[in-house]
Design a protein around this ligand. Structure first.
Ligand SMILES: *Cc1c(COP(=O)(O)O)cnc(C)c1O
Length: 381
């Protein structure tokens, strides 16, 4: 692989040395050595604390998508109606998991240019509230929109609707208060703002969610995606499968980094705002109208610029990787990651400088240098 490319993608993100080192510690047998159950629980408890919740946390072996599927697999019984809040690609994607497990997804589809409007949702729910649970994405990464889960989830809860929140792209880049938001299942991934390598998904699970799983009449149609198999791991000293101990040591070190970083959420917000200022002043267009997440900035690819060529040139010539997109946004937007380890002024300056130069090399004229505007804007905060 190319060791010199700096990744400024909206996940996976750069991994700090102490996280890489933790992954090389000597390991024990994580099934049989009881000390590992203590280590695993300590890391899970720290996760819950950082997410401001008394709910239990679990770390599952599998990338972020496993968390989303596990939540749907564990809650959905055949015939269940599930409200799928959709203002983006990941939002809509939940419908597939619901269907796979025999549920009936009911899509609530609104503009992908801004957050879900809580008042409009409130209106909708007055007439339509016969749902077992609802799914919502905190930051839908293809557009970078941030949905107000702290308002949406309590609203759903008023109707007894459980909530599954995909916070893979926001967790530890935007502060999340799970208990204040009454989120039943919150899903995260190791490779986004937490800045550990891909491979793990983290879940916080409420007692209401556990109860719903236990009261099912039809058993959960999965083993690997069955959250209940983790319920008694500590008491019974038994995991449903051998835990990826090195990955979990790395995750523990990454959580230590988050804990030690007093300014983490403010810095993400300031950097994101300065990036948006730079993009707009340079004459480029932000994809969203409002409600930007601090972890990623999504901009429209200007007419006359070829997305694939731009990305390749920027990586080859300047050693910095940003992301394009997929689905209906393929070739249409660039996604600039400034999450986790990438959320620092030096790396963002380098990214914008590389973009300035790539636009110039491809003959596209910006109104001004994004790097210069960013540096000025970030100094003023
Ligand atoms: C990254 C991400 C996931 C995990 O999906 P991958 O495509 O496998 O990386 C899930 N949800 C959101 C919102 C994400 O950004």
């Amino acid at each position: 692989m190319n060791q010199t490319v700096k990744i400024m993608t909206p996940g996976p993100t750069q991994v700090r040395e102490n996280v890489r080192m933790a992954r090389s510690f000597v390991t024990t047998n994580p099934d049989l050595d009881l000390t590992f159950y203590e280590e695993y629980k300590t890391i899970c408890d720290r996760l819950s604390a950082l997410l401001h919740t008394d709910n239990v946390s679990y770390i599952l072996s599998g990338e972020g998508i496993l968390g989303l599927e596990a939540a749907c697999a564990s809650l959905t019984e055949p015939g269940d109606r599930v409200l799928v809040l959709d203002n983006g690609i990941f939002g809509k994607g939940f419908a597939d998991f619901v269907k796979l497990y025999g549920g009936e997804p009911v899509l609530y589809t609104v503009s992908d240019k801004k957050a879900i409007d809580v008042d409009a949702l409130k209106q909708y729910l007055q007439e339509n509230h016969d749902f077992k649970y609802a799914t919502v994405v905190h930051c839908d990464t293809p557009t970078g929109v941030l949905n107000p889960i702290e308002q949406i989830c309590p609203l759903l809860k008023q109707y007894g609707i459980l909530t599954v929140v995909d916070a893979v792209a926001s967790m530890f880049g935007v502060e999340i208060d799970v208990d204040a938001g009454q989120v039943d299942i919150l899903c995260g991934g190791s490779q986004k703002a937490l800045s550990a390598p891909p491979g793990l998904t983290m879940l916080t699970v409420s007692s209401d969610a556990i109860q719903a799983m236990e009261e099912r009449k039809i058993p959960i149609a999965s083993f690997y995606a069955n959250i209940l198999t983790f319920k008694n791991y500590y008491k019974d000293k038994w995991f449903p499968y051998t835990m990826p101990i090195s990955d979990i040591y790395g995750l523990g070190a990454a959580l230590d980094n988050v804990l030690a970083d007093q300014n983490i959420y403010v810095r993400h917000a300031q950097i994101a705002e300065a990036v948006r200022t730079a993009v707009v002043e340079a004459g480029l267009k932000l994809y969203l109208d409002n409600d930007y997440c601090s972890t990623v900035t999504v901009i429209e690819v200007p007419k006359d610029v070829n997305s694939a060529q731009f990305l390749q040139h920027m990586t080859d010539e300047y050693g910095i990787m940003i992301a394009g997109c997929f689905d209906y946004l393929a070739g249409k937007v660039f996604r600039l990651g400034h999450m986790g380890e990438g959320a620092n002024v030096d790396d963002v300056v380098a990214m914008l400088d590389a973009m300035d130069q790539t636009f110039a090399d491809l003959g596209y004229l910006l109104k001004c240098s994004m790097k210069d505007v960013f540096e000025r804007a970030i100094k003023q905060v």
